[in-house]
Structure formats: structure tokens, C-alpha cells
Design a protein around this ligand. Structure first.
Ligand code: NAP
Length: 388
């Protein structure tokens, strides 16, 4: 084939392709303008609308289901949370409550402490050791005027006569008062104890005591006869209790190894043990033993003889609660289930020391204060002191 023939065939083919292209364009234009094209596009639109409606309906059903599921789940979570909160509230502070056995009435803020024999002990009493040195009976009058009805004394304090006079002059009925005194360890033994008890009653101007305690288990380290003397003294305490001359009999500064030999022969068990107890000297071992034997613990030197008042840990809690250091220390003891007998010299301090029932330390703060290292101890150990 010549070159000219080839060129003419190629030109034919090109013009055929162009013709087919323009026919296709015409056909497409015709189709676009035709009824079929309109129907097709409407069908597509309808399909899309139905599909969209379906999706919306499905989404609505799904959302409803999710909302219902969420409500059930949140109701369940809420009721579980409420049940757990109730459970938590019921065990509130329980691990820190040393003497719950004695807290029979009152509310958490102002508990009432009742001894095993039913006698009620005011949570805060007035401690009179060295209280009357300067002011004599006037200090006791101030304490009574500030509302104290519990007076803690001892033959050793040599202020029973001042107390007796202040009580007489106050006009307060004897039944309204709780008077506690103690027999000194050099006066143990049946006859001497009886003599000391009668002397206390006479000085105080009363024929009975609300509570009478054996002040220390022994007079000194060389006192080898302390156990028989103690047992003999206790029988006199029991007799006086049975006669109604003493409403509650107890001990002071007795550790478990002093109480155990007494319990072997006692017919009436001691009801209370007055011990040095304050933040920094909580004698946890003895407290556990007392709780086990159902003997109430009571705190002497609850402020650590003022040594604990300046402690930084006490100060920061005082700031938090808008209270004084003394009030924090006393509140701590009350929440531990331990009544206390602080001594103060001015009416303001006396009053403040009773104003501790309008706030509460948290369980964690009780734990924190219970776990601080030893601080403020008097140095008086019942096995090491020499009183003889
Ligand atoms: N059974 C026993 O062997 C035994 C041993 C010791 C004591 N106790 C008894 O326990 C009682 C209390 O013990 P305690 O007198 O040794 O020590 P305490 O009550 O722990 O502390 C008394 C000291 O704290 C000060 N104080 C009191 N309230 C205060 C306040 N609100 N703000 C600032 N300072 C305050 C007092 O000062 P001011 O006086 O200047 O106000 C005093 O210096 C004694 O009086 C006694 O009845 C028993």
C-alpha cells in the first residue's frame, strides 16, 4: 500500500470516530432531557430519602436504648454508692474507739461514760492537784461557777479541806457533785486504808465518795509486799463499796501486771484506772488490756502538764478548727472514749476546757495523733517511782 492510501484510511477512521463521538453527545443530551432521566433521578432521590429516614429512625432507637441503659447503669451506681456510704458511716471511727463499751448514751459529740456498775462519769472533771496552792478554796469556787461538777482530789494533794469548804459555800446539792479521792500507797493495808478514807470524807465534809482510787500500786521499788497489801486493801474498798460509802472503786497508775494479781482475788472488779494519758503518751498496751478487762481508762495530765500545748501538730489542728491547743488535746481523748480531768487556774481556761463538744476531729486525725512518737511524758513510771 502506498503512503497516500494509508493516509486516506487513517483520515477515514478519524472522521468515523469523530462522528461516533458527536452521536454519543447527541444521545446523552437527548437522554438528559428525556422522561427516563427525570424518573431515574427522582428514584435516586427517593431511595436516598428512604435510606436517610431509615438511618435517622435507627439512630433514634439506638439513642433511646443507650439513654435507657445509661439511666439503669447510673441508678445502679448511685444506689451502690449510697449503700457503701451507709456501710462506711456505720464503721466510722470504730478502729479508734478505745472504750466504746462504756459509751452507752449521748451522741458522738457529747458521749456519756458509764462505768460497769452503771455509775456515770462526767466526760470532763476538774483536776485539783496544785490547783489550790495560790488561790485556796476560791479556785474550787471558780471551777464550780464555771460548771464543773466533778472534782478530782487525793489525800496526797492536801486540799480536801479547801474543796469541802468551797462545796459547802457553793450551796450545790451533794447529789449533783461527783467527788473522787485517792489513798496514797504508804497508806495501803486494811487499817490504814480505812483511816485514810475516813479522813478524806471528813475533810471533804461528806459521808460518801462518788469514787475512791488506790493512787499507785506500790510505794517504791523495794516494796516487796505490795501484792498482799494491795489485795488486803482491796477487800476494804469492796466493803466500803457494799456499804454505799463509795459509789465506784478503782485504781490509778496500775499497769496490766499490777492489775492481774489483784483480779485473782477480787470479788468486785475495779471499775476504772486513772492513768497519765495524753497525745504523746497513750500507753496503748495498757489501754488494750483495760478494754479487754472492761475497766474504764481515765486521763490524768490530759494536756501533758501544758507541755503538749505548744506542739506544732496540735497548733495546726487548733488553727484548722478555730480552737485552742488544750481543746484539741481534750477532744482527742473524748473521741478515744477516755474521760479527762484537766487542771486550769483561771475561769477562762476552766470554761474553755469544757467547751469541746461542738466539733470533731476526723478519724485520720485521731489516728495521726495516736501515732506520734512519745512526747510530754511526766517521767513518773509506776514501777520506778519512790513514794515511800
Ligand atoms: N492519779 C495520778 O497519779 C495523777 C497524777 C497527776 C495528776 N492527776 C490529776 O490530773 C489533773 C490534771 O493533771 P495535771 O494538772 O498534772 O496536768 P494537765 O491538766 O495536763 O495540765 C495542767 C497545766 O495546763 C495548763 N492549762 C490548763 N488549761 C489550759 C488552757 N486552756 N490553756 C492553756 N493552758 C492550760 C495549766 O495552767 P494553769 O494552771 O496556769 O491554768 C497547767 O499548767 C491533776 O490536777 C490531778 O487532779 C492525777
Amino acid at each position: 500500500m502506498s503512503e497516500n492510501d494509508t493516509r486516506s484510511k487513517v483520515d477515514d477512521a478519524i472522521s468515523k470516530v469523530n462522528e461516533m463521538g458527536s452521536r454519543a453527545e447527541d444521545a446523552f443530551r437527548d437522554f438528559k432531557e428525556s422522561e427516563a432521566a427525570e424518573k431515574l433521578s427522582e428514584g435516586i432521590k427517593r431511595g436516598a430519602r428512604t435510606a436517610a429516614e431509615g438511618v435517622a429512625k435507627g439512630a433514634k432507637i439506638a439513642a433511646g436504648g443507650i439513654a435507657a441503659g445509661t439511666k439503669i447503669a447510673s441508678d445502679t451506681i448511685r444506689s451502690n454508692a449510697e449503700a457503701n456510704a451507709k456501710k462506711r458511716a456505720s464503721r466510722k471511727a470504730a478502729p479508734f474507739d478505745q472504750q466504746s463499751a462504756f459509751r452507752t448514751e449521748g451522741d458522738d459529740n457529747k458521749p456519756i461514760f458509764r462505768l460497769r456498775n452503771g455509775v456515770v462519769i462526767p466526760p470532763i472533771g476538774y483536776g485539783t492537784y496544785l490547783a489550790t496552792e495560790k488561790g485556796g478554796k476560791d479556785v474550787i469556787r471558780d471551777a464550780l461557777n464555771q460548771g464543773y461538777r466533778y472534782l478530782d482530789t487525793a489525800r496526797f494533794y492536801e486540799n480536801e479541806a479547801d474543796i469541802g469548804e468551797a462545796v459547802r459555800e457553793s450551796g450545790i446539792r451533794r447529789e449533783e457533785l461527783f467527788i473522787c479521792s485517792k489513798v496514797w500507797p504508804t497508806m495501803l493495808g486494811a487499817e490504814k486504808l480505812k483511816e485514810s478514807f475516813e479522813a478524806s470524807c471528813e475533810s471533804l465534809g461528806t459521808d460518801y465518795l462518788n469514787m475512791y482510787l488506790i493512787h499507785w500500786p506500790k510505794a517504791g521499788q523495794s516494796d516487796e509486799e505490795w501484792i498482799p497489801k494491795l489485795r488486803e486493801s482491796w477487800t476494804v474498798m469492796e466493803d466500803l463499796y457494799k456499804e454505799g460509802r463509795i459509789r465506784a472503786i478503782g485504781l490509778s497508775n496500775f499497769l496490766p501486771h499490777h492489775i492481774r494479781p489483784l483480779l485473782e482475788t477480787a470479788r468486785i472488779r475495779p471499775m476504772l484506772d486513772q492513768l497519765e494519758l495524753h497525745v504523746g503518751y497513750m500507753q496503748e498496751f495498757t489501754l488494750r488490756y483495760l478494754k479487754h478487762e472492761k475497766i474504764m481508762a481515765q486521763s490524768w495530765s490530759p494536756l501533758g502538764r501544758a507541755k503538749m500545748l505548744e506542739d506544732d501538730r496540735i497548733r495546726s489542728l487548733a488553727e484548722k478548727y478555730g480552737k485552742s491547743g488544750a481543746q484539741i488535746l481534750l477532744r482527742y481523748l473524748i473521741q478515744r472514749g477516755i474521760p479527762a480531768i484537766p487542771k486550769a487556774s483561771t475561769p477562762e481556761r476552766m470554761r474553755a476546757n469544757m467547751d469541746i463538744f461542738d466539733f470533731s476531729l476526723t478519724a485520720d486525725e485521731i489516728s495521726y495523733l495516736s501515732c506520734i512518737p512519745e512526747a510530754g511524758w511526766s517521767g513518773e513510771h509506776p514501777d520506778l517511782v519512790e513514794w515511800g
